[in-house]
Design a protein around this ligand. Structure first.
Ligand code: SF4
Length: 332
């Protein structure tokens, strides 16, 4: 077996054998660069050289009913996060407009909480209409919605539904005890059935094993999710994971590359925790590790990176930021 042979399999869309996955997992650190080059080749073969840019607004924050161990917004922990109800649609749209100035194409309206009330649904519909009218692709991460609710929002201009699975089914009970993993899978299926562009991924560095990472990737592949946000733990004081060690950039890069081998034709978007894990210095490697999308600007409860410096790095990595006023469609 060789890395090149595994690369050819991935490129052909053939499922990797367990031995292939182990080979990548245990590849010596001094061959990490080679692994990243192959992952980047898969990405450029399956997509193009554009980097999808998305941004989010924390549209409703804090006091969440769920107890996700990594999250500052859970009402079960002592993590500090702002607390406010759903922002007015005009405020959400103004945040979208600010993001668009940086070339962002997708704009996510993200809210804490699992269930969605009727008044919030009306607010989301209005926000979606306003964001779409600005020439952005509106995405929503509102919690769990059913297919008919999602179809109604699609009719208002909604492009994408975001609902992370967070980790594998096997590890999920160690991270969240207030709802069943199956509910999240149902939400993802509802988004796909409604014909929306579904973003569903996970968070890494929360104590999961390599097997959990592979299990998550294979489930996302089986579900047919087109876009996979990859988040990395930024330990928040007051949460159960406050003392967890931050992943090394090398381990995080290996995770991204492995996901590219397992999900060759899915958009891999690097989201929360990017600055914590990679800092400002490893951006170029990250951009050439198999990822083809970046969340820019601030995250939900933590600061993000400088957008201008992100755009410069994209340019220096011989890639092209997808332009929101642009001429090309990369499918991202
Ligand atoms: S990750 Fe989402 S569902 Fe879980 S506690 Fe945070 S806001 Fe609530």
């Amino acid at each position: 077996m060789s890395l090149k042979a595994i690369y050819r399999k991935a490129l052909a869309g053939t499922s990797l054998a367990e031995s292939d996955i182990r080979y990548i997992q245990h590849l010596p650190d001094d061959r990490l660069g080679e692994l990243l080059e192959y992952a980047h080749s898969i990405r450029t073969a399956c997509f193009d050289s554009t980097v999808g840019l998305c941004a989010i607004v924390n549209a409703k924050s804090g006091t969440c009913s769920e107890d996700c161990a990594f999250c500052a917004q859970s009402g079960h922990h002592g993590g500090e996060s702002p607390e406010y109800p759903l922002l007015p649609p005009e405020q959400i749209a103004a945040a979208g407009l600010a993001a668009k100035r940086h070339g962002v194409t997708r704009f996510g309206v993200v809210a804490s909480g699992k269930m969605v009330g009727e008044s919030d649904l009306a607010g989301y519909a209005e926000a979606v209409r306003r964001v779409a009218a600005q020439g952005l692709k509106p995405d929503l991460s509102p919690g769990i919605l059913d297919c008919s609710q999602l179809k109604a929002l699609k009719a208002e201009g909604l492009e994408g539904y975001h609902h992370n699975l967070e980790t594998s089914a096997s590890y999920f009970p160690k991270i969240c005890t207030t709802h069943a993993y199956e509910e999240d899978i149902r939400a993802v299926r509802a988004g796909l059935k409604a014909g929306l562009y579904v973003c569903s991924g996970g968070i890494f560095g929360i104590g999961e094993s390599w097997d959990d990472r592979v299990e998550l990737a294979l489930l996302l592949r089986e579900l047919g999710v087109p876009s996979v946000p990859m988040n990395f733990l930024h330990p928040i004081p007051g949460t159960p994971l406050e003392g967890k060690e931050v992943l090394s950039p090398e381990e995080a890069l290996r995770i991204v590359a492995l996901f590219r081998f397992l999900l060759p034709d899915r958009a891999l978007r690097i989201c929360g925790g990017r600055v914590t894990v990679f800092g400002e210095k490893r951006k170029r490697e990250l951009l050439r590790s198999g990822a083809n999308g970046l969340m820019v600007g601030d995250y939900l409860t933590t600061r993000g990176s400088d957008v201008v410096s992100d755009l410069t790095e994209i340019d220096q990595a011989d890639l092209v930021p997808e332009c929101s006023v642009g001429k090309r469609e990369s499918g991202l």
